[in-house]
Design a protein around this ligand. Structure first.
Ligand code: SUG
Length: 448
């Protein structure tokens, strides 16, 4: 049976802004308070989806969330009408309003961890929504994420959904941003690679000194158990704590894998040799041949990797077995990274082509091409069971660009977030979107 990697991209929501909310994420911190352009952000994301669809890849779309999160503000003690809740929050606790308005759900690599059916004990595709426990603005995503994923992958014969892990730092889980899967074919059993930043309970693992390590070993292990993965098909590795302290807040900022290949920076991991040997041995048992592509620090420094987001790229398989790298424009703007990419693609190795995308609106908050997509490997039968409303087609692309043009503002600053009209605009837009994507009622304003 045929199988595919389907990329579901997060549609940027209408409140996209630069709130400076993510300590440890260099771009989020350095662009704090700049004015944003939500319309441009959404169109940049849609252009990437369209391009991948036109290249022949399976492409889907994941809906944004209801923001401002009025229900969340109510749970923090603000009261009255919805407009009064927003007005009180703006007056008394602006940082809470900003956090409640973040469009961070666009970075769907953090929405969930997904294990394809070939890897799981019950032969279904398993999803665990990420608790994103490290930051308030992200911790409020998982209830709606679960409803949206449930509406997209509704058929229980093929899809199993798990609620987010307990919402404490010991089980900090950031979803697929720290999870990669190696396999020969997408439909064959593979090796799932979980990268963690620290251990919550075992003091033998070092931790970063400056910035938080968001993903714990214990969270990764819990997800592997929930998904029914076998020990033969799982490898755990620790991120190098010193790169976290240089702004690598997720593993997908310093490594990306696809098929049998891992493309990574020399300084990405601890105990790299042992990790590579384990990946290689376990993939060999599954009939695959592991290929490690290491980027040396003397060619690309960690700082250049963080600034350019070289590794936050999408590594895609082409029909001839070679691979294509989808990178953000910031890679082209960095002479050392661009030089490296020229050498890489002309060396006759596995990665033969680079395609550049302008995702500046998202990049300025630390979200590159890979952050904007959630990968779901599906066989033909499973793909046919996905809600067809969320699969990208030329007509859907047309409808969504018109929808963005109609509902989105082209400028947003902190003071705009206090405008009660924004909430009405967002709800009107999202109500229409649930009809376009055939999701049913998934947002708090539609349910309560
Ligand atoms: O969680 N930025 C996101 C970026 C997530 C990128 N995802 C992956 N690497 N997979 C984060 O730090 C910034 C929001 C702001 O500051 O307004 C933010 O949430």
């Amino acid at each position: 049976m045929k199988s595919y990697e389907v990329n579901f991209d997060g549609l940027v929501g209408p409140t996209h802004n630069y709130g400076g909310l993510s300590y440890g994420n260099v771009a989020s911190q350095s662009n704090s308070q700049q004015s944003s352009n939500p319309k441009e952000a959404a169109l940049q994301g849609l252009a990437k989806m369209k391009a991948l669809m036109e290249m022949g890849f399976q492409q889907g779309v994941l809906a944004p969330q209801e923001r401002p999160d009025v229900a969340g503000l109510r749970s923090l003690g603000f009261s009255g009408t919805d407009a009064q809740v927003i007005e009180q929050a703006a007056r008394q606790a602006m940082p809470l309003l900003v956090a409640s308005c973040s469009a961070s759900s666009m970075w769907v690599a953090n929405a969930a961890t997904v294990s394809p059916s070939a890897d799981t004990a019950d032969g279904r595709v398993h999803f665990t929504a990420a608790n994103l426990n490290c930051k308030y603005h992200r911790s409020i995503e998982h209830p709606t994420t679960s409803r949206v994923l449930g509406a997209m992958f509704a058929d229980q014969k093929h899809f199993a959904h798990h609620a987010a892990l307990p919402a404490v730092a010991q089980f900090g889980d950031e979803g697929a941003a720290n999870h990669t899967r190696f396999c020969r074919e997408y439909g064959e059993a593979g090796v799932e690679f979980f990268v963690f930043g620290r251990s919550a309970f075992d003091t033998r693992y070092p931790a970063p000194q400056k910035y938080p390590a968001r993903q714990t070993l214990e969270a990764s292990q819990a997800v592997a158990r929930l998904h029914g993965l076998s020990d033969d098909g799982v490898v755990y590795a620790q991120q190098n704590p010193s790169v976290i302290d240089q702004g690598v807040f997720h593993n997908d900022v310093i490594a990306v894998g696809n098929g049998e290949a891992l493309f990574y920076h020399e300084d990405a991991f601890l105990d790299t040799e042992q990790m590579l040997a384990e990946l290689s041995a376990k993939l060999a048992k599954r009939g695959g041949q592991f290929k490690a592509i290491c980027v040396p620090r003397d060619q690309v420094s960690v700082e250049d990797a963080v600034r350019s987001y070289l590794f936050n790229s999408q590594l895609l398989s082409r029909a001839d077995g070679s691979m294509l790298l989808i990178v953000p424009q910031e890679c082209q703007n960095n002479p050392r990274v661009w030089q490296y990419l020229q050498e890489l693609t002309s060396s006759g190795g596995l990665i033969r082509e680079v395609k550049v995308f302008d995702l500046k609106q998202s990049m300025q908050n630390g979200g590159g091409p890979a952050c904007l997509r959630l990968r779901v490997a599906l066989n033909e039968t499973e793909l046919a069971a996905v809600n067809p409303g969320v699969i990208m087609t030329p007509p859907l692309y047309g409808t969504l660009t018109q929808w963005v043009d109609k509902h989105y503002r082209d400028r947003m600053t902190e003071s705009d977030l206090a405008d009660p009209q924004l909430l009405l605009e967002c709800r009107t837009a999202l109500d229409e979107l649930t009809q376009i994507l055939k999701l049913g009622a998934v947002y708090p304003f539609q349910i309560n």
